[in-house]
Design a protein around this ligand. Structure first.
Ligand code: CA
Ligand code: CA
Ligand code: CA
Length: 308
């Protein structure tokens, strides 16, 4: 009987492991090995988990909102080059039209951008370096460079990071926001279109970013029943900041795009992207619960078997 118990435990633990693994989906993981930002074309916008051209990267198309010269590719990188005194923006669709990521309860979308900044200002108090994880299913997608400097914001739902980025922070660096003026055509350019959910990660005067250092910026959007847990972390060099908030009234659990915008190069460095990654995982808390649940089932079975 003891052997039966052990076999059952082993089988259950193995199945549990497979279930967790099976739920994690890697959709995009681009290192720009081919030196392009245009694969796999428009449509389908994203390879979405299948390396269709077998170049080693799971790619998504990046579109420059203003000019192609602001998003320059080389083998191994995509560089965002802001301009002084004028805004620059762009985005990528990490899911094909018609098949966005729809979070089930307990699932999290994790969007990770690894970048190297150059040309950082010594300090500024701007939060005009902005990022959004967005839902374009109610809006209109961009299809080519230079077609909409405002990135067709109308009816696009989104969660955003308004980032202060400098050698020394001039204000609280991480401002987590929800896009609430959905009729605005300007996706990221108008601060009043966005409601601040919570800000953190430090205070003015804290040491910030360093030129030439790689940073990993991670956005996690996790569905927790009817709520959305939104967190952002930035880690690299001696910087390790993060902030989280729970939105009890989420505008969406659907996401298909990642966008960024700079108001001026005076406040936004050149950012050389080295990796862009999008995955859907079981929410970290739910992995623990699943593990505990599995353990309880095992212990219950063991006791039941011991009584026989
Ligand atoms: Ca490519
Ligand atoms: Ca390719
Ligand atoms: Ca590929």
């Amino acid at each position: 009987m003891k052997h039966v118990v052990r076999f059952t435990e082993l089988a259950a633990v193995t199945l549990l492991g497979m279930a967790v693994t099976a739920q994690a989906q890697l959709l995009v993981n681009d290192f720009w090995r081919d030196g392009t930002r245009t694969d796999p074309g428009v449509p389908p916008y994203s390879e979405f988990g299948v390396d269709a051209d077998a170049d080693g990267d799971l790619e998504s198309v990046w579109i420059a909102a203003n000019r192609a010269t602001n998003f320059v590719t080389a083998v191994g990188s995509l560089t965002f080059i802001p301009e002084t005194g004028t805004s620059r923006a762009g985005l990528t669709y990490f899911a094909p039209s018609g098949s966005p990521v729809t979070l089930a309860d307990g699932q999290a979308l994790v969007v990770t951008l690894t970048f190297i900044p150059t040309g950082l200002s010594a300090s500024n108090a701007a939060t005009t370096t902005r990022f959004a994880v967005a839902d374009y299913t109610g809006g209109t997608r961009l299809t080519a460079d230079g077609t909409s400097s405002m990135m067709n914001g109308a009816n696009v739902k989104a969660y955003g990071l308004f980032l202060n980025i400098a050698n020394t922070f001039g204000t609280t660096p991480l401002s987590l926001r929800e896009r609430t003026n959905l009729s605005s055509t300007e996706l990221l350019g108008t601060a009043t279109d966005w409601t601040t959910l919570s800000s953190g990660g430090g205070v003015a005067g804290d040491p910030g970013f360093v030129n030439g250092t790689p940073y990993t910026m991670k956005f996690t959007l996790a569905r927790n029943s009817g709520q959305l847990d939104f967190s952002v972390s930035v880690v690299g060099g001696s910087l390790n900041i993060s902030h989280s908030v729970t939105d009890p009234t989420p505008s969406t659990f659907v996401f298909d795009a990642f966008a960024l915008r700079s108001t001026t190069a005076a406040d936004t460095p050149t950012m050389q992207f080295r990796n862009f990654r999008v995955e859907v995982i079981p929410e970290p808390a739910s992995i623990g619960l699943l593990g505990l649940g599995g353990l309880a089932v095992l212990l219950g079975r063991r006791r039941a078997l011991a009584r026989h």
